[in-house]
Design a protein around this ligand. Structure first.
Ligand SMILES: [Zn+2]
Length: 307
């Protein structure tokens, strides 16, 4: 069996756009990085020290609207989740993300522009085995009618359920088994969404300044305001899976297990990782092999056949 190796990008690449909440324009540059160095954000607009923040749940601060990293000294990088999801989906382990502003650009509200960026840069295999987190015991975090859960599974899979009063969204439940193409085709194009009344409230609170129909699906009552409609019939739940994948990648490694979200969001996702790492018996590090991924697919097919 072939052990799965770590990956970085082949060449530096950049893009520019506006931040969803800050409204501030910023450029990001992705740079190749050494094996075992992980994903590191670097604020290039800050002179002197303290401008680097590792992409770790330990550096994520309390935030329900987006996932924000902080160095603990007031320096933050906002809305990292869609870029993190693209890096997770493309199986990039090591990369430096340079940013000359406070927030990762929202682009079109999905992870697709970042997937395109990574594909243009190229993916390079590195001479070091990829480390994964295998879930051994179920870990659950709940808050009222919301919950997030990690449980053992043969490969990596995710499911999510949302339930909104608006008939444009209503109840959506989706389960996805990940292989190398799943993220790009099934998840990456799903956009951020919001309700018009919330957008007005957020604007009043100085948030969503960069938000528009070009980078978010906006729902008013039972109507979708975007002229082009939806990219997937259940785009909303797919975006929740996208967000959760990005948040989970702050664990510092891909997972072998199943994630289940029920009306949850960034805050619960961070608490879930906190709970996981506080329970040493609930997980272990492991290497992955290509054969193991095939075994997982065969296991699922058998499971499905007998169900
Ligand atoms: Zn999102």
């Amino acid at each position: 069996m072939n052990i799965v190796q770590q990956h970085t990008i082949r060449n530096p690449i950049h893009c520019r756009g506006v931040g969803l909440h800050s409204g501030v324009k910023a450029s990001i540059v992705l740079r190749p990085a050494a094996p075992d160095s992980g994903i590191l954000f670097r604020r290039t607009d800050i002179v002197g020290g303290g401008a680097e923040i590792a992409a770790s749940w330990r550096n994520a601060i309390e935030s329900s609207l987006c996932t924000t990293l902080s160095n603990g000294e007031g320096l933050t990088i906002g809305t990292v989740e869609h870029l993190m999801a693209a890096l997770a989906g493309a199986e990039i382990d090591n990369v430096v993300v340079e940013l000359d502003g406070p927030e990762v650009p929202i682009m079109d509200g999905s992870a697709a522009p970042f997937v395109f960026l990574i594909e243009c840069a190229g993916v390079a295999e590195q001479d070091a085995p990829r480390r994964a987190i295998r879930i051994l015991e179920t870990v659950t975090i709940g808050d009222g009618d919301k919950s997030a859960c990690l449980m053992p599974d043969a490969g990596f899979s995710m499911s999510f359920e949302i339930d909104f009063a608006s008939r444009a969204v209503s109840q959506q439940d989706l389960s996805i088994v990940f292989d190398s193409e799943t993220f790009k085709t099934e998840i990456s194009r799903a956009r951020t969404f919001g309700f018009l009344h919330e957008v007005d409230q957020m604007r009043a609170a100085g948030l969503a300044r960069g938000g528009s129909l070009d980078n978010a699906v906006v729902v008013s009552g039972d109507t979708i305001l975007n002229e082009g409609g939806l990219r997937y019939a259940d785009e909303f739940v797919r975006h929740k899976l996208l967000d959760s994948l990005g948040d989970l990648y702050l664990a510092g490694a891909p997972m072998i297990g199943h994630f289940r979200g029920l009306r949850s969001g960034h805050l619960l996702n961070r608490k879930l990782l906190e709970a996981l790492f506080a329970a040493p018996d609930a997980w272990c590090y492991t290497t992955q092999s290509r054969g193991e991924a095939i075994d997982a697919l065969i296991w699922r097919e058998r499971h499905r056949a007998s169900a």
